[in-house]
Ligand binder design. Structure first.
Ligand code: ADP
Ligand code: MG
Length: 727
């Protein structure tokens, strides 16, 4: 009998090697996007202005305007061959969702008509009862609806016009990632403008910008399909580490294998047609691991583009006979994947608020945003962590690989010095000399310092990288809207506090504006200094991390998630009107349920593989050994043990592993049953973490030992060396 593993290896050997250069065809950037430039061609100048105003202000569009835009959109899409349209949204499953409707319809007399006007553009009511809602939307009134997000342009995917939308319950509660993201961006704009106006009254809009770096593994599809674990869970639950792993670091930035190049070329063409600005691509640390990064954009668009990218990658991978693994830790003992999210603030006047400017005043503005962002992160550390945990990311964070689990913000020693100098300013009103000195010798030096900021730190979970903050704990599979929403919210709250404190000093202490700013900055620095010193101290990176890990132990998902519903989080989100406490609880529950389901599926899959793949294969090999021993006995009689001693030993070792595996699976099933009988979501998740998860390790241990022992030709599952090194 031939195993799937054997068949795929044979196929691979015979597969023709494609030439990456054959596939390149030129494309116009964003040719498949109905952006403002396109819209302008189709509607009147007046309507276009109205649309822009409504986008800027976030105000409702009139139905006649929506009709005009819908008709323009349809004309454009049909001219490009579209036959269907869909509202495209991001429910809490983590995937994207769509329900295609044909443009085709029938009128009352049964004649064919085409129907797509403002009503269809603005709202759609799909039957969405199966999406997670954390109990907000009962299944019997499954009326969630989707509503158009005009800030993200519609696009053409294959022959479908996709309209980015939010997804809310009939009672108006958010059921997706985009709704709170959009609200948080609006709040951040308002809060940041308050601070900008201390420095420059002409600023009228602040956007959060986001640049993601997406890591992933690319594996031969047939080999991957020989593994039920990769198929069902996206990671390997079994598999002994290969003799060669990533020790030689020969994959990192190495030359890209030809088959992968073909995939990447196609991906680049498709991305560019869809206006996804991907720019860099390279091999990552682990074998068969890669990264693709995009040029930063407004956060809302960047989030849409990242989710669309993942969808595209899955499709293009199938065409090229690959499987993309977005899982954070698909291979044991091999580096996992993250999605570094780079975040900053940009104004309508083209200023990056996290980048120093040319004048002391603009540098003071930079410092205000810089220090307040740090203060916000530290204040809501637990919430930020809760926004990145998941069953799969737990396997990566807090393990022996970057980023480390403890909170540290790396800003480099030069910026640390600036903060220390600022902390030493006089309390109260500053003398003119002191101000001049500060402006010239401290604030004035910032641009120079940053130009020469050669300090690099690769392990800190959050780093300031010259003109943006980089978050490295976000999982490769995650929707980056989640961390961005939290970040926008915490920074908004902090900026509003900052503004209030400054106003108070100006009003009650009769201080001048810049004196007040220096004073509040000084206090803010003092409040964040301890953590910054630990993260940026002179101690070597490794030591600093060890020391901190003790004080802030890694929290797994069930331990970290309750931060979503603690008082400071509820106050934060409610006061900013981003999420109500009911919505927060719902999200918390959805995340806990996802955690439990993931572990449940992994545990079932491992049980199946152990009993249906591993044990039968081990028994087959045992039978071979028994036959051999019997033969030796026939030839050598009583002296057979001289020649069969090792075989007997192997036989016993196999028997011992088989019994550990089988008993382990029984115990794991019982642990699952016990956990499933728990009603409370948190309790259930905790129980899964404590009583089911350990079996995934212990059963695997014995299966992996058998993989090393059993005849290779019998082993049915593609091995790590094949998955990771055969290209
Ligand atoms: P590294 O691998 O060193 O982290 P890359 O250059 O690969 O750096 O990625 C940096 C990411 O940061 C890119 O996605 C880039 O577009 C993004 N980025 C640069 N400037 C900003 C900004 N102002 N706001 C948000 N993201 C930014
Ligand atoms: Mg990076």
């Amino acid at each position: 009998m031939q195993t799937l593993r054997k068949k795929s290896l044979e196929q691979l050997a015979k597969a023709p090697k494609m030439n990456p250069n054959n596939r390149v065809h030129s494309s116009q950037y964003a040719e498949h996007v109905f952006n403002l430039t396109q819209l302008q061609k189709f509607i009147s100048e007046k309507a276009f202005d109205q649309m822009q105003q409504s986008i800027d202000k976030g105000s409702q569009m009139s139905s006649s305007l929506a009709d005009q835009i819908a008709s323009a959109m349809k004309a454009w899409a049909k001219s490009k061959g579209a036959t269907h349209y869909t509202h495209w949204f991001q429910p809490l499953t983590g995937a994207t969702a769509e329900k295609h409707e044909s443009f085709f319809d029938l009128d009352i007399e049964g004649n064919q008509i085409e129907k797509f006007d403002g009503d269809q553009l603005v709202q759609q009511i799909p039957n969405t009862s199966s999406f997670p809602s954390g109990g907000i939307r009962n299944t019997f009134e499954a009326r969630g609806y989707t509503a158009w997000d005009p800030t993200s342009p519609a696009f053409l995917f294959e022959n479908t016009l996709c309209i980015p939308t939010i997804f809310v319950s009939y009672t108006g509660e958010a059921l997706d990632y985009k709704t709170p993201l959009l609200k948080s961006l609006q709040k951040l704009n308002e809060a940041a403008l308050e601070i900008c106006h201390f420095f420059d009254k002409s600023t009228s809009k602040v956007n959060a910008t986001l640049g993601w770096e997406q890591e992933y593994f690319l594996i031969d599809r047939s080999l991957a399909l020989s593994r039920p674990d990769l198929l069902l869970t996206g990671r390997t639950l079994l598999g002994h580490a290969p003799s060669k792993g990533q020790e030689l670091n020969d994959h990192y930035f190495g030359s890209i294998p030809m088959r992968v190049s073909v995939f990447l070329k196609e991906l680049e063409v498709e991305c560019h047609l869809l206006g996804i600005p991907i720019k860099t691509r390279h091999n990552e640390v682990a074998p068969s691991q890669y990264e693709v990064a995009a040029v930063f954009e407004n956060a809302n668009l960047a989030v849409d583009h990242n989710t669309l990218l993942m969808e595209l990658m899955n499709k293009i991978a199938v065409k090229n006979h690959f499987m993309v693994l977005f899982h954070e830790k698909p291979f044991d003992k091999i580096n996992g994947s993250g999605k570094h999210t780079n975040w900053s603030l940009n104004t309508n006047t083209g200023v990056n608020l996290l980048s120093p400017g040319k004048t002391p005043m603009s540098n003071l503005q930079f410092l205000s945003f810089f220090i307040n962002t740090i203060a916000a992160i530290l204040k809501h550390e637990e919430l930020l962590r809760a926004a990145t945990v998941s069953a799969s990311n737990d396997l990566r964070i807090g393990q022996n690989e970057a980023p480390s689990a403890m909170l540290s913000i790396f800003i480099g020693k030069h910026l640390m010095q600036v903060l220390e100098d600022l902390e030493n300013v006089t309390k109260g009103k500053l003398s003119p000399e002191e101000k001049t000195d500060l402006k010239l010798n401290v604030i004035g030096k910032i641009p120079e310092i940053l130009l020469d900021n050669t300090d690099r730190n690769r392990t800190s979970p959050i780093a300031f990288t010259g003109n943006k903050f980089e978050f490295r704990t976000v999982g490769s599979k995650a929707n980056c809207a989640k961390i961005t929403t939290v970040l926008n919210a915490v920074v908004s709250e902090q900026l509003l506090d900052f503004k209030r404190s400054i106003d108070e000093l100006i009003e009650s202490k009769n201080m001048k504006k810049d004196d007040a700013i220096f004073n509040v900055l000084r206090e803010t620095i003092t409040s964040v200094k301890k953590v910054l010193t630990e993260s940026n101290g002179n101690i070597e990176e490794g030591k600093a991390i060890k020391k901190n890990q003790k004080s802030t132990p890694f929290k797994n998902t069930p331990e970290a998630l309750p931060a979503f519903i603690k008082k400071s989080s509820v106050v934060l989100f409610e006061s900013l009107e981003i999420l109500s406490s009911r919505e927060l609880s719902a999200r918390y529950q959805v995340d806990l349920e996802a955690y439990v389901s993931t572990l449940q599926i992994e545990s079932r899959t491992l049980g199946d593989m152990a009993r249906n793949h591993v044990i039968p294969t081990a028994i087959r090999y045992q039978n071979l050994l028994i036959e051999n021993i019997r033969g030796l006995k026939e030839i050598y009689g009583e002296k057979f043990k001289v020649h069969a001693g090792e075989q007997l030993l192997i036989l016993e070792q196999i028997a011992a592993h088989i019994s550990e595996i089988n008993e382990g699976v029984t115990k794991m099933i019982n642990a699952r049953k016990a956990a499933n009988s728990t009603e409370d979501y948190l309790q259930k998740a905790v129980q899964y973490a404590q009583t089911v998860l350990p079996y995934l390790e212990s059963i695997r241990y014995h299966c992996d030992k058998l993989e090393l022992t059993v005849d290779d030709t019998l082993w049915p599952l593609a091995k790590y060396r094949e998955l990771l090194f055969v290209r």
